[in-house]
Design a protein around this ligand. Structure first.
Ligand code: NAD
Ligand code: DAU
Length: 339
């Protein structure tokens, strides 16, 4: 089996590559990544010399480069992680989100049509369903929940999902889509809530909580997401959408307090800042379909996953310090300077 993994130098894609090389030693994994600010070659250092791994620096919107790669590799499957992934950046500059997340998806699927493929898998997000009210804990996102997006990021991801479904219906492309809740774990870029709070706390810097901190996210350890995608590739039904989540809803403020406690830092570091525009209130995944059809269940409990994650950031300071000492400083000033 030869699999092209796009966006494999980012957070979830890299964890997926490690998982696949470990679990399927006879598979070849080809990572195609543009290495944007979010992509990091040092993340892939542990597998760079692996005989079953190849890295190719390219943009998923670059049709010529993508077709050339298909001609060289004749992939059996494509797993498309490549995307602009940060909601706050999509509010500042939507255009690149439309380009990569929608047009890039189209180019990857055109290549699959032209050269043939056993499976095209689109890594989507629970954000395509919009948000849920805090006072209706009985409500959760199922695969039948209507698409109802809030941010340019989620609108672009939802547009891509619609294109994937259109390519299945119109051209018979053998697709699957997964929509996962918030991931956490190693190699998470420090612009996102959990790694940002860990990095700031370790540097005794303010912990910027948006609004009241009451917003709820449904957290899943990244390895459990990777295992779910692996299952969908091998056992999922073509044309289907699978929600992925582990019933682990938590308020942002509680997560930040857990991080303070684990690092022995005072809660006085917590600073409430201006809310995100259009801020989604609550996400909650109903994972019944992937559980009953494919037997998937999350394996890592949040208490253990967050401990492992914090330990990883303590043990791998050079990885995130290099990031936050670079261009990230300008980003941080712009987003948090006058907030
Ligand atoms: P990330 O931002 O950490 O990584 C994105 C990767 O894509 C980077 O390596 C970047 O260089 C690459 N990339 C960006 N634009 C590209 C382009 N035009 N061509 C080629 N490569 C490009 O993102 P992540 O958090 O790992 O998310 C991966 C995927 O999973 C995304 O599609 C995201 O929508 C989805 N997702 C993320 C989460 C989450 O909690 N992080 C949850 C559900 C779904
Ligand atoms: O639900 C899946 C989605 O999860 C993915 O599709 C996205 O790619 C991923 O970035 C993530 O989106 P969120 O917006 O939920 O994640 P983020 O880490 O940016 O924020 C989590 C919550 O924390 C959110 O309610 C905003 C809040 N927050 C975030 C940051 C960065 C803060 O309060 N302060 C912060 O500094």
């Amino acid at each position: 089996m030869n699999i092209i993994v796009t966006g494999g130098a980012g957070f979830i894609g890299s964890n997926f590559i490690f998982h696949m090389l470990n679990k399927h030693p006879d598979y070849r994994i080809v990572c195609l990544d543009k290495l944007t600010y979010a992509g990091n070659l040092s993340t892939l250092a542990p597998v760079m010399d692996h005989p079953c791994f190849r890295f190719v620096k390219a943009d998923i919107c670059d049709r010529e480069a993508v077709y050339k790669l298909f001609e060289e590799e004749h992939p059996d499957m494509v797993v498309n992680f490549a995307a602009e992934s940060h909601v706050d950046r999509s509010i500042e500059n939507p255009e690149v989100f439309l380009r990569t997340n929608i047009l890039g998806t189209q180019v990857m699927m055109d290549a699959c049509r032209k050269y043939g493929i056993k499976r095209y898998h689109q890594v989507s997000t629970d954000e395509v369903y919009g948000d849920l009210p805090l006072d209706r804990p009985d409500l959760m996102f199922t695969e039948e929940t209507p698409i109802h997006t809030s941010s340019p990021y989620s609108a672009a991801k939802a547009s891509a999902d619609l294109m994937v479904q259109a390519y299945h219906r119109t051209f018979g492309l053998p697709v699957t889509i997964s929509r996962c809740s918030n991931n956490y774990g190693p190699y998470h870029f420090p612009e996102k809530l959990i790694p940002l709070m860990i990095a700031n706390a370790l540097n005794d810097k303010p912990l910027p909580v948006y609004g009241t901190g009451e917003n709820v996210r449904d957290w899943l350890y990244v390895e459990d997401h990777c295992k779910a995608i692996d299952l969908i590739l091998h056992k999922g039904r073509v044309g289907e959408v699978y929600n992925i989540g582990g019933h682990n809803e938590m308020k942002n403020i509680d997560i930040v307090k857990i991080i303070c406690k684990a690092l022995n830092k005072p809660e006085s570091l917590i600073t409430y800042v201006t809310d995100r525009k259009g801020h989604d209130m609550r996400y909650a995944i109903d994972p019944t379909k992937i559980h009953t059809e494919l037997g998937w269940l999350p394996e890592t409990k949040f208490v253990d996953g967050i401990q492992k994650t914090i330990q990883w950031y303590l043990d791998n300071k050079e990885w995130w310090e290099e990031i936050i000492n670079g261009e990230y400083q300008n980003y941080y000033k712009k987003m948090y300077g006058n907030r």
